[in-house]
Design a protein around this ligand. Structure first.
Ligand code: 5AD
Ligand code: SF4
Length: 444
């Protein structure tokens, strides 16, 4: 008889992919800590390693297997949990390809992690259920936080863009209750958070009933956070163009703590491609939303997501994407080559774009987006801005924080600490960050 392995003493959670995974990773870490396990400093020294995986593109999904291989080479005795969207999408296939994996757990079932780890002492444990009881009700209360904290308010997606796995890996759209969100926000602030970023795959599709029983949207959560003592900054991500309600746009004009930044993916600037993607917005309707948002908050920074080489995309259609980028003028953006995902409608479409054509389009798009980002960063030089200090910098005496427009700002500040909101003068801008100094004191 083989001896069942000892209970792991320490854990390490490695996160891949989006901010929702970062949030889930934090919650899994809190759960393991509540079980009495200590946090390890790296995967090599941990008894238990959780890989919180991403399935959005093929490259991201394949990373899991190389990661498992590397882990087993450097830390053969560790127990391995594969969590996240690859776990959900591939389930048992993971243990077939990587027999050293002990637990496979999907994004809606990770509150059962302690039990699954116990089971895995005897046999492998796989749980990719989407249980009707929300994991949020079973997770421990939030504990100590950094200055900036994520708070998942909505999960899943009902939009079914034809390229996207999210509706399959994260399930149907589900909003957490107003009360649950506000409870968690209070716990985050008590734990030290000064900025709260509301998260959802379609965060602006959040709906709920407020404390008076009225049906409300995301703007009501923003306003409730605005009134919560200790909250200094509010953000939300990711949004869908069709869910940019009048109320939310108005909140950008009226709620000072709501930061002037909006991540609003458009994916393509061509109506035929948008239709084939099932985006349910057009180039024009997207541009009109941007206009309204800018009218409400003229200094807002717009960020976006783009896919090049969607099946059938012609050169002329790609040029429409460059055109919409010029029309919007993005402060920041993410862009990707189309990656066919098993089980999605686009994976069966004809007209695959050749790899080198995709490569070329991505390079041209990224050159334009890079120019816009640099130009945007330059506009902040000479401005006096508030920076929320979040972490130590590489140099001693240096702290790194975020501007209202989500740019990283390196600040030399004697006497300031992480968690402080300081006012600095921006003295220089690089492609990815800014440098700031405390304003010189005016001589008396
Ligand atoms: N291929 C390439 N990019 C994708 N995205 C989502 N699915 C795919 C895919 N199959 C991109 C979209 C989305 C972002 C999170 O990832 O731009 O907004
Ligand atoms: Fe995916 Fe589209 Fe839903 Fe975004 S809106 S998660 S791209 S299906």
């Amino acid at each position: 008889m083989t001896e069942s392995p000892k209970k792991p003493k320490n854990y390490f959670v490695k996160s891949f992919g989006c901010q929702m995974n970062v949030y889930d990773s934090e919650r899994m870490a809190e759960l393991l800590a509540a079980e009495g396990m200590a946090a390890a400093t790296d995967a090599e020294s941990a008894d238990l390693v959780v890989l919180n995986t991403c399935h959005i593109r093929e490259k991201a999904a394949e990373k899991v297997y190389s990661e498992i291989g590397r882990l087993k080479k450097n830390n053969a005795g560790s127990r391995v949990v594969v969590a996240g969207c690859v776990a959900q999408a591939e389930g048992e296939e993971i243990v077939r390809r990587a027999p050293s994996v002990d637990v496979v757990v999907g994004p809606q079932a990770y509150h059962r992690l302690p039990e699954l780890i116990r089971q895995a002492g005897e046999r492998r444990a796989i749980d990719t259920d989407m249980p009707p009881v929300s994991k949020f009700d079973a997770l421990p209360k939030r504990s100590r936080q950094g200055a900036s904290a994520f708070l998942t308010v909505q999960e899943g997606c009902d939009k079914f863009c034809t390229y996207c796995v999210v509706p399959y890996t994260r399930g149907a759209e589900l909003s957490r209750s107003f009360a649950a969100v506000m409870d968690e926000a209070r716990a985050l602030v008590d734990g030290g958070a000064r900025e709260i970023t509301l998260l959802g795959q379609n965060v602006n599709a959040w709906t709920g009933s407020d404390d008076k029983g009225a049906d409300v949207g995301l703007d009501a959560l923003v306003r409730a956070l605005d009134a919560l003592p200790g909250v200094k900054r509010i953000r939300y991500t990711t949004s869908h163009p069709n869910d940019m309600t009048e109320g939310l746009i108005r909140a950008h004009a009226e709620v000072e703590k709501l930061m002037p930044y909006l991540h609003l993916p458009v994916q393509s600037g061509n109506d035929r491609v948008l239709k084939a993607m099932n985006r349910s917005h057009s180039r024009e309707s997207y541009l009109r939303i941007i206009e309204r948002v800018r009218a409400a908050r003229p200094d807002i920074a717009i960020s976006g997501d783009f896919i090049v080489g969607f099946p059938g995309e012609t050169e002329a259609e790609f040029l429409d994407t460059l055109e919409i980028v010029r029309a919007v003028n993005y402060a920041q953006a993410y862009s990707f080559k189309y990656s066919p995902r098993p089980g999605t409608p686009a994976a069966d479409m004809t007209g695959r774009v050749a790899a080198e054509v995709m490569e070329d389009r991505l390079a041209r798009l990224q050159a334009l987006l890079g120019d816009q980002q640099r130009a945007f960063n330059e506009t902040t030089v000479g401005k006096r801005v508030d920076v929320l200090l979040e972490r130590p910098g590489r140099r001693t005496g240096q702290l790194v924080g975020k501007s209202p427009w989500l740019q990283s700002v390196h600040v030399e500040v004697a006497g300031a600490a992480i968690g402080d909101l300081v006012t600095v003068d921006i003295v220089s801008a690089g492609p990815n960050s800014l440098a700031g100094i405390l304003p010189a004191k005016v001589a008396a």
